[in-house]
Design a protein. Structure first.
Length: 136
């Protein structure tokens, strides 16, 4: 079980399984995270639950909803109306070292000055191959 929450501790969640872990270089994730790249743990919606608090939300696209703490502002996770997964911000995990990204997505939107210094697979858009079908 993976646990995490916001900076102030008001909102807490639990994750039962990890489907995938990815870096995202899209402009939305960069803006919302305030960082040159976002890292997220992808889990089935059935394996994710908020166990304390009530995160606030806003629509960040026509299909995506971002969930955050209305007290401290921590971005916690994202849901997508097109699928049955939750994308949890690695930085909000109690033990972020427990998971490591396996792929880079949206590298076509990557900042020119940001150098990717690993050998992980890369996709130029948001279409991720199933984790079991990757070369790395």
């Amino acid at each position: 079980m993976i646990r995490g929450g916001c900076y102030c501790g008001r909102n807490r969640y639990e994750v039962d399984s990890v489907f995938d872990v990815a870096y995202c270089h899209c402009t939305i994730c960069r803006r919302i995270s305030g960082a040159p790249v976002y890292a997220g743990v992808v889990t089935p919606k059935t394996d994710f639950r908020v166990v304390a608090g009530q995160p606030a939300s806003f629509a960040s696209s026509d299909h995506g909803t971002r969930w955050f703490c209305s007290t401290c502002g921590t971005q916690l996770y994202r849901t997508d109306a097109r699928n049955d997964y939750v994308d949890v911000a690695i930085g909000t995990l109690d033990e972020p070292e427990a998971v490591a990204p396996k792929i880079h997505q949206w590298t076509g939107s990557k900042l020119a000055w940001f150098e990717i210094a690993d050998d992980l697979p890369r996709v130029t858009d948001g279409t991720l191959p199933h984790p079991a079908k990757r070369n790395s």
